[in-house]
Design a protein around this ligand. Sequence first.
Ligand code: CBY
Length: 428
Amino acid sequence: MRQPHWLPLAGLLLFSLISSQVCTICEVSKDDLRLKPLLNTITQPKYTRATKAASVLLSIRVVGIQNQTLEQQLLQRVRNGAQRKVANLTSGQLALIIMALGACHSHDENFTHDHHLISQLENKFQAEIKNMEEHDDNPLTNYYQLSLDVLALCLFNGSYSATKVAEIFSPENKNFNFSGQFSVDTGAMAVLALTCVKRNLTNGQIKAGGTDLQRITNHTKSLVKKILSEKKENGLLGNVFSTGNAMQALFVSSEYYQESEWNCQQTLDTVLNEMSQGKFSIPIAAAQILPAVVGKTYLAVNSCVPHSGNFNISIPVPITVAPHKPPSYIWVNYSVINETYSTNVTVRNGSVFLDVMKEAQKQNKTIFGFTAVESDWGPYIISVQGLNASSKDRTYWELLSGGKPLEQGAGNYVVHEGENLQVRWSKY
Ligand code: CBY
């Protein structure tokens, strides 16, 4: 039988419609040259921390980057961490490790099974809830990590109570805020977790009372509203480091906002611009932004598309730095605000906040003495003048410049001539 002569035309029309749709999707291809700096950052060879390696592994698997050598290195590090010290891991760290190992149905799922990682996560999640019940709603860690817990349990068939999830993830809960400010990272991770739970409730994978589904839907809706209300003029959601998580949350929850409420392309363009300025120069920052810019989310860890070809990410790209002759040293003012103590400090140009703190500590150990621990994001200041931060009391040492909280940690924030830097004893 002859096919009607209009069929090829209709096909062409359909194809052009589909391709014009594809063009408007807000993402770049994973081989886009603009992603080079990110890929160079995450391929750096030294991963000493298992959780940092897990974040990177999760990210490259979800995105579909295939680089055997890198993957093996990361895997080795993650496995070592999970083998030796699960008891020392926080709940969110274990959740990340489970997601990284389980991503894309790799054989490492057996490892998770053999080491009972899921049941250990169930216990850690229970311990978080118990702590909330006994200590004024304060979890052992924070809601970002509780969200990671629920996400990992939901994605990898762990057990959890949907009723409990509906109860604790109420957007009014104080744990969504730090110092009165809504934490976009936290809200975004919660949206991903709640979306996963909602999917499992609707497809009958887990059972729950009828109101749970309704409550979870309502929470998701309000969290999405809150994330959108943190949208800046340039399209960033919260700040540059929360935007990746927030984009993922908005990708999976498009039924809860109007198209006019979020210009995804603008957000993506700003992120790409920040990327070209070197904003995501530490592996964890690169790992958190990468899935979103290529249009992927952590919810896809179970449904990765097989990829062909090897992703060539071994060629380092020369970084172009604007030619200027800086002075070798700069001075800054540094204060510790508990009682207020200030001093002027001279450091080399290009120094970070931590260098200033070290220099001040040399001047006077009693007033400016401090301790720091290593976190995935670099050094985290736990004590100044012997006064310790405590998640039990929701206290921490906040870093500020000119009275404004910094968006980077002590090891990464580069200080400028004449700047007024402060560490302030704060409550969140
Ligand atoms: N990860 C976690 O548990 C961290 C979750 C997180 C919400 C995280 C931001 C978001 C993310 N995307 O990873 C988070 N920060 C938390 C929970 C916290 C609190 C930690 C205590 C607790 N109970 O767990 C707390 C104390 C409120 C906090 N962050 C403090 C700080 C300041 C650290 C100062 C110090 N003493 O060293 C600081 C520097 C803010 C300030 N001005 O004082 C800070 N955080 C920053 C800047 C950040 C961002 C880091 C960005 C960067 N490039 O360095 C952040 C991404 C992050 C890490 N914090 Co907190 C948020 C952002 O700006 N978007 C789970 C684990 C398994 O990986």
